[in-house]
Design a protein around this ligand. Sequence first.
Ligand code: GDP
Ligand code: MG
Length: 439
Amino acid sequence: LADRLQSTLSKIKGKGKVTEADVKTMMREVRLALLEADVNFKVVKDFIANVKERAVGQEVLKSLTPGQQVIKVVNEELTKLMGGEQSKIAVAKKPPTVVMMVGLQGAGKTTTTGKLANHLRKSYNRKPLLVAADIYRPAAIKQLETLGTQLDMPVFSLGDQVSPVEIAKQAIEKAKEEHHDYVLIDTAGRLHIDESLMGELQQVKDAVNPDEILLVVDAMTGQDAVNVAESFNEQLDITGVVLTKLDGDTRGGAALSVKAVTNTPVKFAGMGEKLDALEPFHPDRMASRILGMGDVLTLIEKAQTTVDEEKARELEKKMRTADITFDDFLDQLSQVRNMGPLDELLGMMPGANKMKGLKNVQVDEKQIGHIEAIVRSMTKAEKENPSILNASRRKRIAKGSGTSIQEVNRLIKQFDEMKKMMKQMSGMTAKGKKKGKLK
Ligand code: GDP
Ligand code: MG
């Protein structure tokens, strides 16, 4: 999907102007790409209609070329399609939070139960109780117990002669006694959806009234995953989806359509067999990855067309020598703001998260007003030569801008960090450009 979309989008990227016909051609390609990726045809149809409407609609942003605008719309709509915001796991008002894991055989329920327990402990310091309620598959109980041992977490089981309903009920009693804040119930699956399975899951649901019913689906099953999700949702009213095996050679189709078809969000992604291979699912990141936005060239292209040409050239020179002033900084800040949220932008730079000191560079959008005030309180000499900013000057600036010395200090530090990063980035730009030409 990524390749296909990217090549389509890159065709249009070079253009200065995009006509309605261009959008049409492009959307035909996007449509094919999505269908090829096994996205549900109805979902594709709606998606294309949405994008078309928006792309040829009114929203002409000065800072973006029409081509970029289409990409932006496709990206936003893809994100929306996958649920928009990241959806977190439920927390019951009164513990324990009861989570029921459901899905077909082999989807990854038992493994995910272990991974989820691990995630809850690691990220939220929770104390989950694992419950073995799959009494049909001979090795199922043992499998969960093994995971429990690996995690050093208790597993509740009553063998395979007691009904899942009874197991689930007793497990919750036990969890209350021993102060577990999460109860993760691993249930049985079948190879295909059938009445007796659904009936039994329904009984467990009625008996324990879970706060969360997570449907585990194998992302590799493509279109089937969507059908499975639809039936489970009809019968059980699932509250979330875990897409497993996204580490494999899967087409992204399931991720795109599950939410659209069931109207339940994908909450986690399984990225491997190990117990730490579970990640919260981020629709925006997934969309960016699908569009190949994690690409320095894209970022640079975007930056270059957004910042107007002359300024860009000037800035590039300054960046190379890292000879920027606070005025440039302010300029930059407003240019960057035109491009979109800062963290999104930084997310596009591969390895950006790992870059040392980036945390200090990241600017909270809310603080931008303060930053502007601080810079405006500087004298011309100070803006051009920040090294003269001694303690008394900083104090004066803090007063003048209605901020605090700490804030002034922080900004000066950020400015220094940014200078350093610009030096690094200008190195990357030069390299990236050469590579791009060779392709
Ligand atoms: P269940 O029948 O739904 O309980 O499925 P299992 O938890 O037993 O998993 C079935 C198989 O899928 C096992 O071999 C797991 O190791 C594997 N599996 C589960 N999740 C993932 C994943 O995210 N990535 C990969 N590569 N394998 C997975
Ligand atoms: Mg299992």
